[in-house]
Write a protein that binds this ligand. Structure first.
Ligand SMILES: Nc1ncnc2c1ncn2[C@@H]1O[C@H](COP(=O)(O)OP(=O)(O)O)[C@@H](O)[C@H]1O
Ligand SMILES: [Mg+2]
Length: 244
């Protein structure tokens, strides 16, 4: 389980997150939704300390950090070990084949043997019907294929939590659907995922819980179904703005 308590992130001219408290359960999919510029990425990146919060408390499984103090390198690394991350786009190693992209982290960072890493990589590719891509380079893949490989690369590290920041926002609808299918399959396998998304149909269908971030505050934190049936005027306004 991940928990943030009284988390704030202040930029010189902006409070990106203002004293927020949220829990992200393990083995569930949490969708972070909200308007552009509301603080979604800041929250997501605060969990693995890609972004350093200004104050608050961060709990990641057995770790419990006081963010008011300067963190040590070791503390940051301990937190990072729990996470895999998928960005919006262009995150693969361009000079490595798909297979090498999948084995690089496990062999270099986790010191797993080349054979074992290869075995795992092939198993992942097989699981998601992507074996024919194994020897291609990223430039030989469509955007949707690249994003699916990026997801598998994160999974190859066997992280406790998978963080995804709008992983399909750079894709055409058809390619987006391919990626969302992979994520739905992961969600069904009780992968612990936290995903920032603008795709409300996906959030409604796949997420166990919704965190609605609105101007640096938590506008909703609870069950997916209750969010989409909410009578809260601000939530209704937001959901209304997302459809036409
Ligand atoms: N490095 C930064 N310096 C200053 N302001 C920033 C920085 N990063 C983000 N912000 C501001 O913080 C707010 C939240 O940003 P962000 O978390 O990226 O929003 P979202 O992901 O919901 O679109 C925005 O107003 C944004 O302009
Ligand atoms: Mg963002």
């Amino acid at each position: 389980m991940i928990k943030v308590e009284n988390l704030s992130k202040k930029y010189p001219d902006k409070n990106a997150l203002d004293d927020i408290s949220v829990t992200f359960p393990a083995e569930e999919t949490t969708a972070i939704v909200g308007p552009s510029g509301s603080g979604k990425s800041t929250l997501l990146h605060s969990l693995n300390l890609l972004e350093r919060p200004t104050s608050g408390r961060l709990i990641v499984d057995e770790l419990d950090l006081n963010l008011d103090k300067t963190l040590t390198k070791a503390q940051v690394l301990d937190v990072r070990k729990h996470f895999g991350m998928v960005f919006q786009e262009k995150a693969l190693f361009t000079h490595l084949t798909v297979l090498k992209n999948l084995t690089e982290g496990p062999t270099k960072v986790k010191k797993i043997s080349q054979d074992q890493a290869l075995e795992k990589a092939h198993a992942l590719l097989k699981q998601f019907n992507m074996e024919e891509l194994a020897n291609r380079y990223p430039y030989q893949l469509s955007g949707g294929q690249q994003q699916r490989v990026a997801i598998l690369r994160a999974l190859a590290m066997e992280p406790q939590y998978l963080l995804l920041d709008e992983p399909t926002s750079a894709l055409d609808p058809e390619l987006e659907a391919q990626v969302l299918r992979v994520l739905r399959e992961l969600a069904q396998k009780e992968t612990s995922m936290i995903i920032v998304t603008h795709n409300m149909a996906f959030a409604q269908q796949v997420a166990d819980k919704i965190v609605f971030i609105d101007n640096g505050h938590v506008g909703y934190d609870g069950k997916t179904e209750d969010f989409f049936n909410s009578n809260d005027p601000r939530i209704k306004q937001f959901l209304g703005a997302m459809t036409f």
